[in-house]
Design a protein around this ligand. Structure first.
Ligand code: RB5
Length: 141
């Protein structure tokens, strides 16, 4: 199943970097835009498109990127099917999977370096949900 990825203009460059990384790792990438770093677009449109792809089963996991990661993660989290975690480091990415069973990782392209974003995405993709006591908490979301 492909990994869906979406950004606004501010997240475009990091989206291209992370898409290339995913393809190198053998993943199929479902790129939902944006298509340019210079045409100003609205992050909710891309957060909603990502959420709809997850909800429709077109992707199991997603990556959402805007300038801070805040707006697009808020947008994606409006959908019941999405648990989007805004991550700034590998530890947060790992715990977002282990404790929160997050299915979308969000990044702020203006606040994170490419290497940390890539390593955080790698951790997010390989880390399983721990279940146990976290199952009950996630069910309450
Ligand atoms: C776009 O300028 C910026 O507001 C957006 O990328 C994001 O940071 C919003 O949360």
């Amino acid at each position: 199943m492909p990994i869906a990825i979406a950004s606004d203009h501010a997240g475009y460059s990091l989206k291209q970097v992370l898409s290339a990384y995913l393809r190198e790792q053998g993943f199929q990438v479902l790129d939902l835009g944006a298509d340019s770093p210079v045409v100003s677009v609205d992050y909710p449109d891309f957060g909603f498109a990502l959420a709809e792809a997850i909800a429709a089963g077109r992707a199991e996991r997603g990556v959402a990127i805007c300038g801070t990661g805040i707006g697009i993660s808020i947008a994606a989290n409006r959908h019941r099917a999405v648990r989007a975690a805004l991550c700034h480091d590998v530890t947060g990415a790992r715990l977002a999977r282990q404790h929160n069973n997050a299915n979308v990782i969000a990044f702020g392209a203006r606040v994170i370096g490419e290497a940390v974003a890539r390593d955080s995405l790698a951790a997010f993709l390989v880390t399983p949900f721990e279940g146990g006591r976290h199952e009950r908490r996630v069910a309450k979301l």
